[in-house]
Design a protein around this ligand. Structure first.
Ligand SMILES: Nc1ncnc2c1ncn2[C@@H]1O[C@H](COP(=O)(O)OP(=O)(O)OP(=O)(O)O)[C@@H](O)[C@H]1O
Length: 584
C-alpha cells in the first residue's frame, strides 16, 4: 500500500464528498436490510393465520402493512444506492482526471533523454491503463468495501438477534467463497494482462503496417504481412480463450457456494425449528435472504483485494515516472531577455543514452545579428550544436554562453521563447495549416500567417488547396510534400520573430531555385537576428558571416565563403563539386 499513499492528497481534496458517500452507503444498506426482516415477519403472519392464531382482518392488514414497508424500504434503498454511486464513483472519476493531468504535466517538464529512454507506448499506458486501474481502487474498491462492512455489520446484528447458532452455520461458507473469488480474480487479472499485451502487439503491428503501407505495396509483401498478422491474431485468440475459461468459472462458483449456504440454512434452520430452538418458520426465509444478500459483498472482498493489488502495482509504475526529475531544470526564476550572442568555448558533449561523443572541444562565437552556417558529413555533430543552444541537453565539458551568461544561468522559458527552431524532420500537427504556422505565436493575426508563409515561399502552394489556410493536415487530412512541410515549418519559426533562428538542414527537400528565394527573404528577415543554418549545400552557406565545417564532432575548417574557397579542404571540394553539378 506504500505506492498508493500518493493518492492520499486527492482523498483529502475530496474528503467531504467521500464522507457524504460513506454516510449514503450506510443508509442504503440499512434500508436494504429491512427487506429480509419484513419478509420473515410476513411469512410468520401467514403461518399464524394458517394455524388459526390470528383473524382474517388482522392477517390482511398486517400483510398489507408489511408489503408497503418492503416496497418503501426497497425504494429508499434503491435511491440511496443510486446516490452512493453518484458520490463515490464520481469522486473516483475526479481523482482519475487529476492524476492524468498530474502525469501529463510532469511528462511535459521531463527532458528529451527521458523520452529517449522510454517507449511512447509505455508513456501512454501509464497515463491511461495504469490510471484506470488506480481508479478502480479509488472508486469501486472503496465503495464495495464500505458496502460490505456496513451490510455485514448490520446483517450479523439482525441475524444473531434471531438465532446465533444459525448465524454461525450461515457464515461458515462465506470466507471460503471470498478466498476462492480472490484466487480466481488473480488468475483472471493475470490472463487479462497477457491478453492486453498480445492486443497491444497486434495493434502496434497493424498500425505500423498501415503507416508503412506504401512500402509494403511497392515491395509487394502484402502476403507476408497477412501471414504475420494471422499468426499474431491466432496467438491472441488462444490467449483470449484461456481467459474466457477462467472467467466462465466465476459465476458457477458463486452459484455453487450460494447453493451450499442455502442448503445449510434450510437443513440447520429446519432442524432447529423442529427442535423448537427457532420460534418462527419466517426466520428460515429471513436467513435465506441474508445469505443471498451477503454473498456478493463477501465475494467482492476477494475481488477488491486483487483490485487493490493491481492498483498498487499500477501506482508504483506511475510513481516511478512522477519521481523522475527533469534533467534540464530552470535555475533562474526571473525572466532573462535574450539578445542573441552565442559562444561555444571548448564544448564537448556525450549523449547519455548512447555514450556517443558528438562534440569534441568545439569553440566558436557569434554576435547578435550574425549568421553562421554549419556544414559537414552526416553524424558530424551539426544538429547537436543546435540542440545545445536550445538547452535540450546540458553540455558535459567546456562552457556555452548566451549573451555572455552561462546558458544554465538563464531562465529556461526566456531562452526557449527567444529561439525559432526548424528541425530536420519537420513535424506538423493534425490541424489546419494556419494553426500549424500559428503554433509559433498564438496571437498572430491572419495577415501575420500569410506574411510568414510568403517569406517561406509556401503561400502559393497553400492558396492552391481547396480550403487554403484552413486545410487540415495529418492522418485524415492532406499530406504535404517534403519541401512543403519544410517551408510550413520555416513559416512557423519566422512568425515568432525570435532573437535566435536555428535552421537544421531545412531546405534539403526544396529545389535550389526556391532555396535561393527563401534564403533571400530570410536574409532580410534575419538581418538583426542571430541565425544558424545547418546545411549540406554551399548555396545555403555562402552568404553567412561565418562558416564552420564539422567532422566527427570537431571543427575542421572555419572562416567565410571567400576564405574557405581559397583553402584546400572539405568546403572547397564541396563547392567545386556542387558548382560542376549546377553547370551540368
Ligand atoms: N538523441 C541522440 N541520442 C544519442 N545519440 C545521438 C542523438 N542524436 C545524435 N546522436 C549521435 O550523435 C552524433 C552526431 O549527431 P548529429 O545529429 O548532431 O549529426 P549531424 O551532423 O546533424 O548529422 P546529419 O547531417 O545526418 O543530420 C551521431 O553519431 C549520432 O548518432
Amino acid at each position: 500500500m506504500k505506492a498508493l499513499k500518493h493518492l492520499n492528497k486527492y482523498f483529502f481534496k475530496y474528503k467531504y464528498s467521500i464522507i457524504i458517500g460513506i454516510i449514503i452507503t450506510v443508509i442504503s444498506k440499512i434500508f436494504a436490510l429491512f427487506t429480509p426482516r419484513l419478509i420473515g415477519a410476513s411469512i410468520n403472519v401467514v403461518s399464524d393465520y394458517v394455524n388459526g392464531n390470528i383473524a382474517k382482518p388482522v392477517f390482511k392488514s398486517e400483510l398489507t402493512t408489511n408489503v408497503l414497508y418492503i416496497v418503501g424500504a426497497a425504494i429508499i434503498a434503491g435511491l440511496f444506492t443510486f446516490l452512493m454511486r453518484q458520490t463515490i464513483i464520481n469522486v473516483s472519476r475526479y481523482i482519475e482526471f487529476d492524476l492524468k493531468n498530474e502525469i501529463y504535466k510532469h511528462y511535459q517538464v521531463l527532458s528529451l533523454s527521458f523520452y529517449k529512454a522510454n517507449r511512447t507506448g509505455d508513456l501512454m499506458n501509464r497515463i491511461s491503463e495504469d490510471v484506470g486501474k488506480v481508479r478502480m481502487y479509488v472508486g469501486p474498491a472503496i465503495m464495495y468495501t464500505i458496502n460490505t462492512i456496513t451490510l455485514f455489520a448490520v446483517a450479523v446484528i439482525y441475524m444473531v438477534d434471531r438465532s446465533p447458532t444459525l448465524t454461525l452455520y450461515t457464515l461458515i461458507p462465506l470466507p471460503i467463497l471470498s478466498f476462492a473469488i480472490y484466487k480466481l480474480s488473480r488468475l483472471i487479472n493475470k490472463r487479462s494482462t497477457i491478453v492486453q499485451q498480445s492486443l497491444s502487439t497486434l495493434s502496434t503491428y497493424s498500425q505500423e503496417t498501415f503507416s508503412g503501407i506504401s512500402v509494403i505495396k511497392s515491395y509487394g509483401i502484402e502476403t507476408r504481412t497477412n501471414v504475420e498478422f494471422e499468426h499474431l491474431s491466432a496467438e491472441n485468440r488462444h490467449k483470449q480463450i484461456n481467459l474466457t475459461k477462467v472467467q466462465a468459472l466465476f459465476f458457477p462458483m458463486m452459484i455453487l457456494l450460494i447453493g451450499v449456504s442455502n442448503l445449510i440454512v434450510i437443513y440447520v434452520g429446519g432442524m432447529q425449528y423442529m427442535n423448537g430452538q427457532i420460534d418462527n418458520i419466517g426466520t428460515i426465509a429471513e436467513f435465506i435472504i441474508y445469505v443471498n444478500m451477503l454473498t456478493w459483498p463477501v465475494a467482492t472482498v476477494g475481488w477488491v483485494t486483487s483490485l487493490v493489488q493491481q492498483a498498487e502495482a499500477s501506482q508504483e509504475r506511475i510513481n516511478e515516472f512522477l519521481n523522475t526529475e527533469p534533467e534540464i531544470k530552470n535555475n533562474v526564476d526571473k525572466l532573462t531577455p535574450i539578445r542573441g550572442d552565442i559562444e561555444f568555448k571548448n564544448v564537448s558533449f556525450v549523449y547519455p543514452d548512447t555514450n556517443i561523443e558528438a562534440l569534441k572541444d568545439v569553440s566558436f562565437s557569434l554576435k547578435s545579428g550574425e549568421t553562421l552556417a554549419i556544414l559537414g558529413n552526416t553524424g558530424s555533430g551539426k544538429s547537436t550544436i543546435l540542440d545545445l543552444i536550445g538547452r535540450l541537453y546540458d553540455i558535459n565539458n567546456g562552457s556555452l554562453f548566451i549573451d555572455n551568461t552561462k546558458i544554465k544561468n538563464l531562465n529556461l522559458t526566456s531562452l526557449r521563447e527567444s529561439i525559432g527552431y526548424v528541425p530536420q524532420d519537420a513535424f506538423l500537427f493534425s490541424d489546419t495549416i494556419k494553426n500549424n504556422i500559428k503554433f509559433g505565436k498564438e496571437d498572430a493575426t491572419d495577415d501575420d500567417v500569410i506574411e510568414a508563409a510568403k517569406n517561406a515561399k509556401v503561400h502559393k502552394n497553400i492558396i492552391g488547396f481547396n480550403k487554403g489556410y484552413d486545410t487540415i493536415l495529418g492522418e485524415r487530412g492532406l499530406t504535404l510534400s517534403g519541401g512543403q512541410k519544410q517551408r510550413v515549418s520555416i513559416a512557423r519559426a519566422i512568425i515568432k520573430k525570435p532573437e535566435i533562428l536555428l535552421f537544421d538542414d531545412c531546405l534539403s527537400a526544396v529545389d535550389t531555385e526556391t532555396e535561393e528565394k527563401i534564403l533571400k527573404n530570410l536574409m532580410k528577415l534575419t538581418k538583426d537576428k542571430t541565425t544558424i543554418i545547418v546545411s549540406h549545400r554551399i548555396s545555403s552557406a555562402k552568404n553567412a558571416d561565418k562558416i564552420i565545417v564539422m567532422d566527427d564532432g570537431k571543427i575542421i575548417e572555419s572562416g567565410n565563403h571567400a576564405s574557405l574557397i581559397n583553402t584546400d579542404g572539405y568546403y572547397k571540394k564541396l563547392y567545386t563539386k556542387q558548382l560542376s553539378e549546377k553547370e551540368m
